[in-house]
Design a protein around this ligand. Structure first.
Ligand code: FES
Length: 90
């Protein structure tokens, strides 16, 4: 019985986190106050690493956010690659 309660609590917590995930602001760059959404929007608009640095100012102070931005760029490129591999259904 206690195990079921624990499983239920974990499941409920995960659902709550997932539900409010859109409201949580995650900062990628603390020096400039740039959020993950801002970086992802810039990437979706076609920004490369240089453009992210110039337009948002990421990785231009302490540099700690540089790797995160590069990982986000790489993930975005990989998604685009796999999207291109999916056959079009007529
Ligand atoms: S965290 Fe982005 S420059 Fe410092």
């Amino acid at each position: 019985m206690a195990m079921l309660l624990i499983i239920h609590l974990i499941y409920t917590t995960i659902r709550l986190i997932d539900k409010f995930n859109g409201f949580i602001t995650m900062y990628v760059c603390l020096c400039k106050g740039i959020t993950e959404r801002q970086v992802q929007q810039a990437i979706d608009d076609g920004a490369d690493y240089k453009a992210l640095r110039e337009e948002l100012g990421v990785a231009s102070d302490c540099g700690q956010c540089g790797n995160t931005c590069k990982q986000m760029l790489k993930a975005s490129q990989e998604c685009a690659f796999y999207d291109a591999q999916v056959p079009q259904v007529a």
